[in-house]
Write a protein that binds this ligand. Structure first.
Ligand code: ADP
Ligand code: MG
Length: 277
């Protein structure tokens, strides 16, 4: 009976339509500035729970900036400002009554360059976020969490016998998976990934792509990538950003990945996904 229930739960999770779990992120008319320069114009996008959304578009069109507006990192940049709303499961991420650490706990981030704490052990790297969010856990609980998160990040088998070694001793691809494990340890509802494979070799890239697909069942993923094959392989839906002729970045088109690549509605999308600029 347990196996049947588990299979049904898995099937419900994988079924199309309304996802059963939390983690839907919605941007409503988000604009962003650096000083007086507007770099994002009224970007609205729903990033559904349990799905992978890819943000694509040429360099400088505001993809990273958009990602930073979603978890309140944009506001930390001196001179930066924004307008619009970001809702996580209907709750305002920018609600002044909400603490910044709560937004951070709910929405994790993985960067282009793997950034584990190099001198800290693999074990402690996974748990590093717990200190920041003030979560307390006993030894057995920590051991279990480390194994669980490293397993989900696809790294457990490679490091299980050397958890006390420094994070900096791992290869680039392993370091990036360690960073994914570290993000997962604070149990985010959403994971933002800004070109997470750009600094990695093709083999590491494929392993991370596989990890992303597996994680999507439990955490909403928003990934910026300039690799069209990667967007096609990992994402359920895509948003194409463009900043034309010095105008602020905006979404030209968004939709299911198969449609965006198969029969894009806008000729600029067709040009971009076919590598014509
Ligand atoms: P993308 O990730 O799509 O390459 P970005 O979001 O990094 O684009 O950049 C969008 C625009 O904002 C670019 O014109 C870039 O030069 C500018 N920009 C990005 N970060 C900063 C910053 N910290 N200060 C000023 N301008 C910035
Ligand atoms: Mg960027």
């Amino acid at each position: 009976a347990t196996a049947v229930a588990a299979a049904a739960a898995a099937a419900a999770n994988a079924a199309p339509g309304v996802p059963s779990r939390a983690g839907t992120l919605e941007a409503l008319a988000v604009s962003a500035w650096f000083g007086s320069r507007k770099v994002l114009e009224q970007v609205s996008l729903t990033m559904p729970a349990g799905r992978v959304t890819a943000l694509i578009g040429p360099s400088g069109c505001g993809k990273s900036t958009f990602l930073r507006t979603l978890n309140r990192m944009h506001e930390l940049i001196p001179g930066a400002s924004l307008a619009g709303e970001v809702l996580l499961d209907g709750t305002d991420v920018y609600d002044p009554a909400r603490r910044l650490t709560d937004a951070r706990r709910d929405i994790g981030m993985v960067f282009q360059k793997p950034n584990p704490f190099p001198a800290m052990s693999i074990y402690d790297n996974v748990l590093a976020g717990l200190k920041l969010t003030g979560t307390r856990a006993g030894r057995a609980e920590k051991d279990q969490l480390v194994e669980e998160c490293l397993t989900k990040a696809g790294l457990w088998r490679e490091v299980a016998d050397r958890l006390r070694q420094p994070g900096g001793a791992l290869s680039g691809g392993q370091q990036q998976r360690l960073c994914i494990a570290r993000s997962l340890a604070i149990r985010p509802r959403v994971l933002l990934m800004d070109e997470p494979c750009s600094a990695l070799d093709p083999t590491s890239t494929r392993r991370i792509e596989q990890t992303i697909r597996e994680l999507a069942h439990e955490v909403t993923i928003v990934i910026v990538t300039h690799n069209m094959q990667q967007a096609a392989r990992v994402s359920d839906s895509c948003a194409f950003f463009l900043a034309e002729h010095g105008t602020p970045g905006a979404i030209v088109e968004h939709g299911p990945t198969a449609a965006m690549f198969g029969h894009p509605a806008d000729p600029r999308t067709a040009d971009y996904v076919n590598g014509r600029f």
